[in-house]
Design a protein around this ligand. Structure first.
Ligand code: SAM
Ligand SMILES: CC(C)=CCC/C(C)=C/CC/C(C)=C/C(=O)O
Length: 302
């Protein structure tokens, strides 16, 4: 995904979900009493979700807001759009990386992420990194991403066709790591535990989005489909038409509605979102307890 401006114009679902979930979690996030919060967002893309819905929740005196993305193009675009915002910057970060940059470790009170983690196959590494971005004294994280989406089935069908197979050999790299899970909540909770998070709340939300008209569906596909950049431009329309044909064959097209004499098709997308809130174990308490091992007589502790 590199087409920042295209994505920014066709991310209605992503914006809708982020806005709704943030309105629910704004009061659950553990804001600092001194108003000096630092927040890092993972996979910010063009930055508009972060700046439209997260930035207004921060205390006026917040310390730092960092948007990150694996795509240099997205980061460049976001930095240009939001350069006038104080204490705010965007930088490249692959959340699945082996080793976090030293200057980011343990620096943040909050880590958020919207519609990104389904792109990351190594969720174990991503959660270890998110845990390590948070301050040692504690911090919390709100992670929202796709468990399932019909788009993945469409990709699989297109990959099995002679016409598109050569562009889609690595299709599995672009399917949410929880898409085939029999228990995505348990699987994600286990990963959060393994990373070291203590308090956790993981929900699987069943949602439906309706794309009004074939062009709206195509625009949304163009904004996120990782295969188009490998397919010659002259074949893009043909790929999108085949994509729509598969959607129709999956019975996801609804009868045309007639609005003021103008009829258009609707496409139904039933999908499942993981909404996870997790807090980091306060290190200072861990340190107290590990220090106790070396102390012989402590009142109340045997
Ligand atoms: C669908 S966009 C979401 C953008 C924004 N958070 C939103 O809600 O509109 C997903 C973003 O995740 C980024 N991404 C994918 N893999 C990533 C990784 N390993 N580390 C960081 N960002 C990643 C993509 O480059 C893309 O910009
Ligand atoms: C009806 C149908 C198959 C709709 C799919 C619509 C679509 C473009 C889904 C994209 C899901 C996704 C991977 C979003 C993202 O990462 O932002």
């Amino acid at each position: 995904m590199n087409l920042a401006s295209l994505y920014q114009r066709a991310n209605e679902v992503q914006r809708h979900d982020a806005k709704l979930i943030l309105s629910e979690y704004a009061s659950i996030l553990q804001w600092r009493s001194d108003g000096q919060d630092s927040l890092l967002d993972v996979g910010s893309g063009p930055g508009n979700v972060l700046m439209d819905f997260v930035h207004p929740l921060l205390p006026k005196s917040f310390k730092q807001l960092v948007g990150t993305d694996v795509s240099m193009q997205m980061v460049g675009y976001a930095n240009k759009c939001y350069e006038r915002y104080a204490r705010t910057q965007f930088q490249v970060l692959d959340i699945g990386c082996e080793e976090l940059p030293e200057q980011l470790k343990g620096r943040f009170d909050h880590v958020t992420s919207f519609y990104c983690l389904h792109w990351v196959q190594n969720l174990r590494a991503a959660l270890r990194n998110i845990y390590n971005l948070l301050r040692n004294e504690g911090g919390d994280s709100l992670l929202v991403f796709l468990a399932t989406n019909p788009v993945y089935e469409v990709y699989k069908v297109l990959q099995s066709s002679a016409k598109w197979a050569c562009y889609m050999q690595d299709v599995d790299q672009f399917i949410s790591p929880l898409h085939y899970s029999s228990d995505p909540v348990k699987q994600f909770e286990d990963l959060l535990n393994e990373a070291g998070f203590v308090y956790k709340n993981v929900e699987l939300r069943s949602e439906v989005f309706v794309y009004e008209g074939v062009q709206t569906l195509k625009d949304n596909v163009k904004a996120i489909c990782p295969f188009l950049e490998r397919i010659p431009t002259s074949l893009h329309e043909e790929f999108l038409n085949d994509f729509v044909d598969v959607v129709v064959s999956m019975n996801l097209k609804q009868d045309a509605t007639c609005n003021a004499g103008h009829s258009q098709e609707r496409f139904i997308s039933p999908y499942k979102l993981i909404v996870a809130y997790a807090r980091k174990s306060p290190d200072f308490l861990e340190n107290v307890f590990s220090d106790l091992v070396n102390v012989k007589h402590v009142k109340g502790v045997k």
